[in-house]
Write a protein that binds this ligand. Structure first.
Ligand SMILES: Cc1ncc(COP(=O)(O)O)c(C=O)c1O
Length: 446
């Protein structure tokens, strides 16, 4: 599907060092240290399909993709062309007015979304989409309680952070919003015990991303749906990582035969070029917005430019058969990973997978950053899960080809062998101090 691109820039080691130094001085020195320790102190230069080049000239197969943001590949030529065309005639647009681009995208989202989800409110990023989903749930039900999951991840904005499943993200900012409770993910009895007539909504990822690519038991989401229905609570499914073909269906909920009341998408909707998110919900819930159509506003949410690009993203996914391709490539990847895992059970404990949403669970937490380091040496950009460092996320662009999957499998095999042999680690990672560093401090969310 893609031709392997060639490097089109002059590597510049000094410019890279300067960018890292400025990032440390003017932004976040600890981020630079943590990434360096994991061999990920990369300054992205050329971005092309499934590939990205560090400014120092090294090429990586991008398996992080900004936590699943580049489903159509990086700078996909068709999406770039649509962006150029949009720039020639549009700008962000006036958020308070009606817009042809917003209307067209909302209509298209209604066509591809699970049945009954026909109404959309746009945002700029995932957190904003979650915030609106939770506001809508509270507003429409006149109830306060929200149930989310341990290790769940929904972003760092106000409502989204209150639902976060990781305590260390929440505690420095408490008191956050009240009325939020968390239950273990995949545990239906715990969910059933928690959801009651005070519950406005349950919010879950259909597959936990940051939690370590956790695919729930087959009947879990249907059970949660039933628990919600029994008490009149709403089900919000956060498809921000799982949506738009990632799992081999348009939306992961389709694997489980479950239709939520509200669904959120973001990340890949912008085609790797622009920020845009969407909260998609039923016409019934829209009633809440009728008395005050200005109750939720976002200046840049669903800008006209972003909507034009997102429309092309959806057409591209649809017209190229990208979803079926993702399912096929996912099967090839997972077959190969099982072989690697069987040969290296001392390092890989489990392969987790749905479509091209794949996780490698290592036998211990500390292997997350160490394997990122080794994979980077072998030309693969892959980052361990923010809330579960023992799980490596492998979420390449869906346009990945068979030969690129094979490249990835060979790189993983070589990385595991070097890890076991202790080859290639420099002082940063082998020093006792680095080994003792608490894993939570090295969590890389996204
Ligand atoms: C499942 C999920 N929900 C929400 C978010 C938040 O999205 P954003 O970073 O665009 O606010 C993310 C980001 O990684 C995510 O993975």
């Amino acid at each position: 599907m893609t031709e392997r691109p060639v490097m089109n820039f002059e590597p510049d080691v000094a410019a890279k060092a300067a960018a890292l130094a400025d990032f440390a001085t003017y932004m976040n020195p600890q981020k630079v240290r943590v990434l360096k320790a994991a061999g990920l102190d990369i300054i992205e230069a050329q971005r092309d399909g499934v590939w990205v080049w560090d400014l120092d000239g090294r090429r990586f197969l991008d398996c992080f993709t900004s936590a699943g943001s580049f489903n159509v590949g990086r700078r996909n030529p068709r999406i770039v062309k649509a962006a150029h065309d949009a720039l020639d005639r549009l700008d962000n647009g006036n958020f308070l007015l009606c817009s042809a681009q917003k209307a067209a995208l909302a209509k298209r989202l209604g066509e591809i979304s699970p049945p009954g989800l026909t109404c959309t409110t746009f945002g700029t990023g995932g957190g904003e989409a979650i915030d609106f989903a939770l506001k809508l749930a509270r507003g429409a039900t006149s109830r306060a309680k929200i149930v989310s999951s341990v290790n769940g991840y929904h972003g760092h904005t106000g409502f989204a952070l209150s639902a976060a499943g990781r305590e260390s993200f929440r505690t420095p900012f408490e008191p956050l919003m009240g009325g939020f409770e968390r239950v273990p993910y995949g545990d239906l009895p715990a969910m059933e015990a928690c959801v009651d007539t005070d519950t406005a909504a349950v919010i879950l990822e259909p597959v936990q991303g940051e939690g370590g690519i956790v695919v729930p038991p087959a009947d879990y989401l249907a059970g949660v749906r039933a628990a919600c229905d029994r008490v009149g609570a709403l089900l919000i499914l956060d498809e921000i990582q799982t949506g738009l073909g990632r799992t081999g269906k348009w939306f992961a909920s389709e694997h489980f035969g479950v239709v939520p009341d509200i669904m959120t998408i973001a990340k890949s909707l912008g085609g790797s070029l622009v920020p845009i998110s969407a909260t998609i919900y039923t016409e019934d819930l829209r009633e809440f917005l009728i008395p005050n159509p200005f109750i939720h506003l976002s200046t840049f949410g669903g800008s006209d430019l972003a909507c034009a690009i997102a429309l092309e993203v959806i057409d591209y996914i649809d017209e190229t058969g990208l979803i079926e391709h993702a399912a096929l490539m996912g099967r090839r990847l997972v077959t190969g990973l099982h072989e690697v895992a069987a040969a290296h059970s001392d390092v890989i404990a489990e392969v987790r997978n749905l479509g091209l949403m794949t996780g490698l669970k290592y036998t211990e937490d500390g292997l997350g950053p160490r394997m990122s380091y080794q994979l980077a040496r072998h030309g693969v950009l892959a980052i361990y899960s923010g809330n579960e460092p023992s799980v490596m996320r492998l979420m390449p662009p869906l346009i990945i080809t068979e030969s690129e999957i094979d490249f990835l499998l060979e790189a993983i095999e070589a990385a595991v062998k070097d890890l076991v042999a202790g080859t290639g680690f420099d002082e940063a990672i082998t020093s006792d101090r680095a080994k003792r560093r608490p894993q939570r401090a090295a969590g890389v969310p996204g």
